[in-house]
Design a protein around this ligand. Structure first.
Ligand code: C2E
Ligand code: MG
Ligand code: MG
Length: 708
């Protein structure tokens, strides 16, 4: 029994020890092959066992480690952790984790995560520490990177991340602050939602082309905030590529550069503008002048340079002081700017010298000169008004030199010419205007003389109306057109083509037109008083600036009422161009007058637009075929076709039609057969002075016997 027992005992022990050995070798096998280091320590933290992974992970062999305290291999800052943990394990068994830095043989530390527990003896007392050590350096690094990236993402600048299609995935807080859009409002939408519309497609195409080629783009763009405000940003776009090299994301980083732009603008302003008057300086003027010369050469339209120099400016500086001088220059700048169109340039060259550059004047040189003169005189008048300089009242004047610039290539020469002309204006007695070109100068002088004479003529009543008969196809007189004549004291009878355009340019057409209206009504009143002439109508020509006067309708109606004339006898001849200037205003005025019985004839018809589209809307009663078509009906098939078309147009609009300039029977017959039954022209009579027209009447009008 005992033996058995012994043998039994012996057999169990053996079995047990065999098992233990087997188990131990299994564990060793596991430990030897584990990629983590496995180690055991005594309670003082000294290595009792280390697995071979210590070599692969940290470069230290078993020999180097056994018997040494594990803390020797820990980062000095982390060393205290181990004894504390061992203490803890002895008191309270369980599995613990410890994260610390462990030295590598070749220098540096690895981040290590260990699971640590106690091993117990037969009495259940902890007598060893068993641990695993796993190198987590890479994971730690990735976490660190993510944390830094997250902080970096939330910087002062706006950040936006989109996928490869431009769909927004993420934005940061600064994005919201700058754009006004929250994350929720933009996620899933396209980055294009931020565009301001300030850049054209070509701009964005070039940007994306650069990103595709180089992986990045940098520049300034105008974006739009949620509140609609457009603002500048400095933007960097970077393409993020995946392992296969394809773009997976775009990252946009931007800063609001409103402030920087404002500063840049201010710097630019200083470079191109005069600080005292805020006008363009010489540099900017030269820039614009160069452009103007090029565009004038292209469009064949004239431009003009007006060189302005204040008279006696030195005196004010010397007597009143420089601050008053500065005030005068500032006010001069304001007055000059107020006199010209926004597209014209007013610049200060320095001192008391200014330049006004006019663009887009007439293509005809003498007309352009006349336009430049009118502006120049306006400037002189504006600068001649008294100035208030702080507490002083001050009178000043200026001299202006003008040079026209179509066909000019040399800017410097042009400026010199204007300067020279200005100098001549000064020597001619100041407060005046001179042209550089002597021919131009004399033409302008003649025009100025004519203008003065025109003023006197209006005051002194040197005008008369001549009456040209209008007849119907029976040859019966239906009325007349009143044509203006100037009985000039020296030149004799002058025709309208010599003075109407000047009267229009100078505004004198307004009083002149009023006089025509008065006289025509007086004539109608006289005709109305006689039974044989009571049926006659009278047509008067109305010019554009007269028609566009705000009180034109009232003026006409008041005159009719005062003279007691039947409005149905007065016909106003208008031209296409004047109506098209402001067609709504024209229609309103015509309707207002038509309501009283007045009628309207479209003068010189066929030479303008002659489009059915707008004709339909105008309350006309007659089209007047222009003389040029009538003259050529037999020599030019085109003219004949146009005349016929006008008749057709009039018929389809329910208007009467009259032909002007009818000189021959053949012309009359052609018109008659084309359906035009009213005529005016030398064939029936020239424009006659009132007395001659009386005589004409007595033979043209049917005598009572004829009527019977
Ligand atoms: P318009 O209104 O087209 O006048 C017709 C012009 O043709 C008149 O020239 C007239 O004398 C001329 N004429 C008439 N029949 C014949 C003809 O058979 N053969 C030729 N060769 N010519 C003929 P006029 O009087 O020199 O007037 C020229 C233009 O001056 C007028 O053209 C009109 O636009 C303007 N005008 C005339 N009087 C006034 C007026 O009182 N106020 C305004 N604003 N303009 C006027
Ligand atoms: Mg006319
Ligand atoms: Mg005409």
């Amino acid at each position: 029994m005992k033996i058995r027992l012994v043998s039994n005992n012996f057999g169990e022990r053996e079995l047990f020890e065999t098992r233990l050995r087997e188990s131990e070798s299994r564990y060793r096998l596991l430990a030897d092959n584990s990629s983590d280091m496995i180690a055991s320590l005594d309670l003082n933290g000294r290595y009792l066992y280390v697995s071979p992974a210590s070599v692969t992970l940290f470069g230290q062999t078993e020999k180097e480690l056994l018997g040494r305290p594990a803390t020797d291999f820990m980062h000095p800052d982390d060393r205290r952790l181990l004894p504390v943990l061992i203490e803890k394990i002895r008191e309270r068994p369980g599995i613990h984790t410890l994260t610390y830095r462990r030295r590598r043989k070749n220098g540096g530390y690895a981040w290590v995560e260990s699971t640590v527990q106690g091993a117990r003896d037969g009495a259940g007392t902890v007598n060893e520490i068993v641990l695993t050590a796993r190198d987590i350096s890479e994971r730690r690094q990735a976490e660190e990177d993510r944390r830094i990236a997250a902080i970096a993402f939330e910087t002062q600048g706006g950040m936006i991340v989109s996928d490869a299609d431009g769909t927004i995935l993420r934005v940061n807080r600064a994005f919201t602050e700058i754009t006004g859009y929250t994350l929720a409002e933009v996620v899933g939408r396209k980055t294009g939602m931020l565009n301001s519309g300030h850049h054209d497609q070509a701009f964005y195409d070039a940007m994306w082309e650069t990103i595709a080629r180089t992986g990045t783009w940098q520049g300034d763009v105008w974006n739009r905030r949620k509140n609609g405000e457009v603002y500048p940003v400095g933007l960097i776009i970077t393409a993020v590529t995946g392992p296969a090299g394809n773009v997976t994301h775009y990252v946009g980083a931007f800063t609001d550069i409103t402030q920087r732009k404002a500063a840049e603008d201010e710097i630019e302003h200083l470079a191109f503008y005069d600080p005292l008057t805020r006008l363009p300086n010489r540099r900017l003027l030269e820039d614009r002048l160069n452009q103007a010369l090029a565009s004038s050469a292209r469009s064949r339209r004239e431009g003009a340079l007006l060189f302005i120099d204040l008279d006696n400016f030195k005196t004010i500086n010397d007597t009143l002081g420089h601050d008053k001088g500065d005030l005068l220059l500032q006010q001069t700048a304001q007055r000059l700017t107020a006199c010209v169109r926004e597209t014209d340039t007013v610049a200060r060259l320095g001192g008391d010298e200014f330049v006004v550059m006019l663009e887009d004047l007439s293509g005809n040189r003498s007309e352009a000169a006349a336009q430049a003169r009118i502006v120049g005189e306006k400037l002189l008048a504006a600068l001649g008004k008294p100035y208030r300089l702080a507490s002083c009242e001050y009178e000043s004047s200026a001299s202006i030199g003008v040079s026209l610039f179509c066909d000019h290539e040399n800017m410097d020469k042009l400026l010199k010419q204007a300067d020279l002309a200005m100098y001549r204006a000064k020597t001619a007695g100041r407060n005046g205007l001179r042209f550089f070109d002597p021919e131009m100068q004399s033409a302008i002088a003649a025009r100025a003389m004519l203008e003065a004479e025109l003023r006197t003529a209006i005051q002194e009543g040197q005008f008369t109306l001549h009456y040209q008969p209008q007849v119907n196809s029976m040859g019966r007189l239906t009325g007349a057109e009143a044509l203006l004549r100037w009985q000039h004291p020296e030149h004799g009878l002058m025709f309208p083509d010599l003075f109407i355009s000047l009267a229009e340019e100078t505004g004198l057409i307004v009083p002149l037109g009023r006089w025509v209206l008065e006289s025509a009504c007086a004539q109608l009143a006289a005709w109305a008083a006689r039974p044989d002439t009571a049926h006659l109508t009278l047509a008067i020509n109305v010019s554009a600036s007269q028609f566009h006067q705000a009180d034109f309708v009232e003026q006409v109606l008041a005159t009719l009422e005062r003279t007691g004339v039947d409005p149905r006898k007065l016909k106003l001849e208008l031209t296409e161009s004047m109506l098209l200037d402001d067609i709504d205003d024209a229609i309103a005025k015509m309707l207002a007058m038509k309501a009283f019985g007045l009628s309207f004839s479209m003068d010189d018809f066929g030479t303008g637009y002659s489009s059915l589209a707008y004709l339909k809307n105008l309350p006309l009663s007659q089209l007047k075929i222009d003389r040029s078509f009538v003259t050529d009906v037999h020599s030019d098939p085109n003219a004949a076709a146009i005349a016929k078309t006008i008749v057709f147009l009039a018929q389809s609009l329910g208007l009467t039609v009259i032909a002007e300039g009818v000189e021959t029977e053949a012309q009359r017959d052609f018109l008659e057969s084309s359906g035009c039954h009213n005529y005016q022209g030398y064939l029936f009579g020239r424009a006659l002075p009132p007395e001659a027209f009386e005589a004409y009447l007595s033979q043209a009008l049917p005598r009572p016997a004829d009527c019977a």
